[in-house]
Design a binder for this molecule. Sequence first.
Ligand code: SF4
Length: 716
Amino acid sequence: MAETKKIVATTCPFCGVGCRLDLHLMGNQISHVTTPYDDIVSRGNLCVKGRYGWDYIYHHDRILTPLIRRQAQQPGTRKPARRDDWREASWDEALEVVATRFADTVEKYGPDATAVFCCAKATNEDNFALQKMFRAVIGTNNIDHCTRLCHAGSVVALQMAVGSSAMSNSGSDIYNCDVAIVTGSNTAESHPIIALQFKDAVMRHGVKLIIVDPRRVEMVNFAALWLQQRPGTDVPLFSAMANVIIQENLCDNQFIYSRTENFEAFAKAVEEFTPEMAERISGVPAEKIIQAARLYATAQNGAIYWSLGIPEHTHGTENAFALIHLALLTGHIGRAGTGLNPLRGQNNVQGASDAGAMPWDYPGYQSVLDPAVVAKFRAKWGNAPPPARGLTTTEIADAWGAGTVKAQYVMGENPLMSEPNLRHAHHAIEQLEFLVCQDLFINETARYADVFLPSASWAEKEGTYTNTDRRVQRVRQAFEPQGQARADWKIVCEIATRLERKLGRAQTAFWEYAHPSEILREMGELVPSYAGITYERLEQERLQWPVPNLQSPGTPFLFENTFPRGRAKFFPLVYQPSVEQPDASYPFALTTGRVLYHWHGGTLTRHSNLDFAAPEAFVEINPADAPRVPCANDSPVRVSSRRGSIVLRARVTEKAAPGVVFVPFHYAEAAANTLTIDAVDPQAKIPEYKICAVKIEPATLKELVAALPLGLEQQR
Ligand code: SF4
């Protein structure tokens, strides 16, 4: 009998653009993927990941049965497992072990001896349920996820300056502006479909792009102006643009007067940031800085888009402030085609943050320090932690090492690829008393776990993601989970129920959801900006929050009449150099990032056929620097920092600025974070991924091959 054909409309599981994917099915098999031309996000286009990268669902390495380590792991001697170190278990046994070990930890050491990494790839509902379990049942705010490692600096600065941390406008709003600053963003590889729209806006609609980036990224080919700054010099560069705007009276004085505060103190502080001073620090000619300031300030509608090149610094919060100031000076905010737009990385990093996967905020960015907020959630759930901030991801990793966090839950994340200074993180995780990982594959972190819980892929479950535009979109189940895999929210609810019983907190919070739509409904009752979002409405609409009630059509752009904090605030800045600068011993500045074919720690895309297109790590080095190593294109080299070394191939290219090298962070066998420094921004706690000092030496092919088994192969 011929297999049934059907099409299921869902949302891409990779990046924050959030393209619609139509899965064409033959039975339980996806045959191919398309997207409609009238889709508001994709506009008929998909990048290689959305079009072809989903085949990891069927990979033979996927884990489809709960696993328990045969041998108990002791703190200090915990070791990564090989396949034979695991035994298959029933769901009942695995869930009981997890609930028992967490309950024992809480009773012996208190709730703050536990912590959880939620997941920017999982749905809003998965994340809401998981943070609820840790707050309402366990009683801790030690809840974080990879937003800490990407846009935390943007989030803190935007919250302080305007009172809301999401993108104010949309990716496709580029068509409504006439000038856009795009900075710290390799848009063509990290947000490819937004990049297509940027290119189209330039080529067919006359939009002018000001690209500010140390690398010669693809979008430079479409730029009216390219400002190639040295890494870590964004504050003087953007503050000099502010200086020019004030000196040449290009400000929107009415906007500053009526909608902002602290302008005088800011204007005084910015006087020292002359274009000449910025040129000395950043290497960008003063004349170009002046041109960029004039171009942006005199636009009818000017927008700013940025990505991780801005926040991933020890002064990432200040970098974001420097961009925010430009919009406040010129009034380029609160209208279509303007705004402050931090492009969010993962498919649901916006939604996971909205859903409360944060140590400082309940769902909806409601502060854990506000007694009224705590009382509100306690009334709904029956229990909530006392008003105190929990630990961030980097603090949690430090707490493993210090022995203060003893039991760790990881849903879908891979801290042993994403944390900075990985040697330190590996040592720290060995100190845990209990580790549970919930994922599709045994990644670098899960190899240290005591229990592995197999979760359903995005094609096997229902839910919602919130994309970088604040647009809440449906994830639809195309077929039943393979093997014994279960949806993340279902696993969490099972553990929460058992934990409640063990901790004597039975029948407080509600866990018997029949469908994730009920979880979203509960989130809407607690989060005002989600109050009007229901699954029924999402069948017809793709709403952008805030959606304060069922009648609201959503909000395509923010801040039209006011800011959430009332007046937006300027913050006087001082320039602080990056923590680690190149020197005689480590003469190159290292910066890290993505390539088009892979996603984050590679757990998914390295189990996809995309790995054939980009199978190997590389270090980009400028042709003028290659003789200093010495190396040729494709030759093996060793890149070392004060924290560790990796061996990979050299890619000699003008894309790298002289003195600056680039390594993608997807490859376990040459993990870029072996090299990065674990210094963090004091306000946002985000690590300095975008600059540290390295040296490069020739290596042999034998050394390159020897590095490979440390990656995927060793798991088999
Ligand atoms: Fe998926 Fe992002 Fe590519 Fe769109 S641009 S198909 S959301 S990875």
